[in-house]
Design a protein. Sequence first.
Length: 54
Amino acid sequence: MNIFLIIIIVAAIVIAIVSGLSQAASFLLWVAIIVGLIALIVLLFRLISGRKAV
């Protein structure tokens, strides 16, 4: 599960970089920020709670 969250974070960063280069797709920047924040919050919650993936 942690690998999946890391992949989501990396994808959000890539989308943020690509959308930053394209002015026409500026909404992708906001989507990338929101998805990245959600993935980061979930990752931090799992690390703090200490639950093991099954």
